[in-house]
Design a binder for this molecule. Structure first.
Ligand code: NAP
Length: 511
């Protein structure tokens, strides 16, 4: 029985590298790799060995006769890829460049989200370097810990492989250190042979319309980090709504983040209560303050930014009605007749927002000037890079680099390098390219000499008192999981920075 890949595919292609018959496509280097929503197994070529399922970090691969519920349609989705693409070449991951480097190289990686951790794994596999990994938070994981939607636990499984990398004897985790605040890029370049920046793109784009700064208008990042448990993001982005029962949120943008927010707002309390959403968000969302969500797309539905896999997932949210109003169709504004409803309203641009509580969202929509009453407006229109003072950015804010090389010894990877686009798996190939650039510089003797001692820098950082090592991070992880076990959840996140640090300190640091 052939295997099939399902919606939670992360496209990092670990399955491709273990498939003995090369029947998973698009593979790295093939057209469509990095942009296709999921990878696909050719049912005619699959030999049913299960190697791909074992290697899959997100548990997305099953024999087709074991597909259940909404996953059943993925047998056909995998197969139809091959009827639609009759020119699929045999898939083989390109052989990575593994040079002989001088001994004792020390590398810093800034950021422990997928971009940073794929970089760590690639460096571990291709070099003998010692790697120091920094994160601004005491907990590793970045986007995987706090950005992936709480109802997508299968995606978070990818963290397991990253945790193993963090425990590698050549890797040291230094949490609670923010580059730009606690240490400069120049400090890091002085103490390490190479520095990889993987700090993402965290500046929400602005709509640029009047009324955008009204109370009740929030960027999706505020909702995501609040529900994701990021310390310091305690205030609820959802206004107090009384008992109206059918309060409405409007979300601008049709990317996967918009869909994550739409599901978060409309999940049944019992489903939400099984997730690792932060308690502060559960307390608010369980009361279901929002019953009606309208997602605005500027173009028609064929231009929507969400992936079909995520759009399909929305249709399987219990009790949720999904309504699509095409750009050229009239919009009939009515309260949801069902428990909860998400309406995709295409061909709609916001021209102005009025009000400071209940909002009126004015739309340009096929010239008919529709206005929507809303209690919350979430802007989910993408993110830009937060510029580093020490680096060159284009006027658009994008970091200047060549194949990840900012300058010899300094590299970027992930959303900081490519802009805020692409799912988790896209970071694997992106990291490999940046590591390639580093390896070329190292073999060409182009890395600048170290001017300072790593130990001195780390000692200085430790003196600040807020630094957490891997033992501390694991103590936090254990405590959160134990608390979760008691209430049937994956974990109960600690969201107070003081409590995170206190939990980390309860575990005496290794001498
Ligand atoms: P995105 O996919 O780039 O979508 C941004 C949306 O904002 C688009 O619909 C865009 O519309 C709209 N937009 C931009 N400027 C606008 C404006 N001024 N007015 C109105 N609409 C505007 O961004 P994202 O949702 O933040 O996701 C970022 C990346 O993360 C994506 O690659 C996404 O697939 C990935 N991601 C994946 C998952 C998952 O796999 N489950 C989950 C979350 C995120 P136009 O097309 O009209 O410009």
């Amino acid at each position: 029985m052939p295997f099939a890949i399902t919606a939670s595919c992360c496209s990092d292609a670990q399955c491709v590298s273990v498939c003995p018959v090369g029947c998973i496509h698009p593979a790295p280097g093939e057209p469509g790799f990095g942009t296709s929503e999921i990878l696909h197994i050719d049912p005619a070529a699959c030999i049913d060995c299960g190697a791909c399922a074992d290697a899959c970090p997100v548990n997305a691969i099953f024999p087709v006769d074991k597909l259940a519920g909404p996953d059943r349609e993925y047998a056909e989705i995998n197969a139809s890829y091959y009827t639609d693409h009759d020119d699929v070449p045999p898939g083989r991951a390109p052989y990575p460049f593994v040079p002989r480097l001088r001994a004792g190289l020390r590398v810093a990686v800034v950021g422990t989200g997928p971009a940073g951790m794929y970089t760590v794994r690639d460096l571990l596999g291709r070099t003998e370097c010692e790697i120091t990994v920094f994160d601004a938070l005491p907990t590793p994981g970045g986007l995987l810990r706090s950005g992936v939607a709480p109802d997508h636990p299968e995606t978070k499984r990818i963290q397991h492989g990253f945790d193993l990398a963090l425990r590698h004897p050549r890797v040291r985790f230094v949490g609670g250190v923010e580059v730009g605040r606690d240490v400069s890029i120049a400090d890091l370049e002085g103490a390490f042979d190479a520095v990889f920046l993987a700090s993402g793109a965290r500046r929400p784009r602005r709509l640029g319309v009047p009324g955008e700064d009204s109370p009740g208008v929030v960027p999706a990042l505020d909702v995501v980090t609040w529900a994701g448990g990021v310390p310091g993001r305690d205030s609820s982005p959802i206004p107090e709504l009384g008992s109206a029962g059918t309060a409405r949120a409007v979300i601008v943008g049709t990317g996967n983040v918009a869909l994550d927010v739409a599901r978060l707002l409309t999940l049944r309390p019992e489903d939400l209560g099984r997730t690792d959403a932060a308690d502060r968000a559960l307390d608010v969302l369980r009361a279901r303050p929002i019953r009606d969500v309208v997602v605005l797309g500027r173009g028609d539905s064929s231009r929507a930014a969400y992936t079909q896999a995520e759009f399909r997932t929305l249709h399987h949210v219990p009790g949720l009605e999904v309504r699509v109003v095409e750009a050229d169709a009239p919009f009939v504004d009515s309260p949801p007749p069902t428990e909860t409803r998400v309406t995709f309203l295409f061909g709609s641009s916001i021209s102005r927002v009025d009000g400071d509580g209940p909002l009126t969202v004015h739309l340009d929509r096929a010239g008919d000037g529709t206005a929507l009453a809303a209690d919350l407006l979430v802007t989910s229109i993408g993110h830009d890079v937060e510029p580093f003072d020490e680096l060159h950015h284009d006027p658009s804010g994008a970091l200047r680099h060549d194949a990840g090389r900012v300058r010899p010894g300094l590299y970027a990877t992930g959303w900081l390098k490519r802009g805020a686009t692409g799912g988790i798996g896209a970071n694997r190939a992106c990291a490999q390219e940046s590591v390639d650039s580093f390896l070329r510089d190292a073999t060409d003797d182009a890395l600048p000499p170290r001017a300072a001692e790593r130990a001195d820098l780390l000692a200085r950082l430790k003196k600040s008192g807020a630094v957490v090592d891997l033992r501390g991070a694991r103590a936090i992880d254990r405590r959160e999981r134990l608390d979760g076990e008691r209430v049937g959840r994956p974990r109960v996140k600690i969201t107070s920075l003081d409590e995170l640090l206190a939990t980390a300190r309860r575990r005496a640091p290794r001498r």
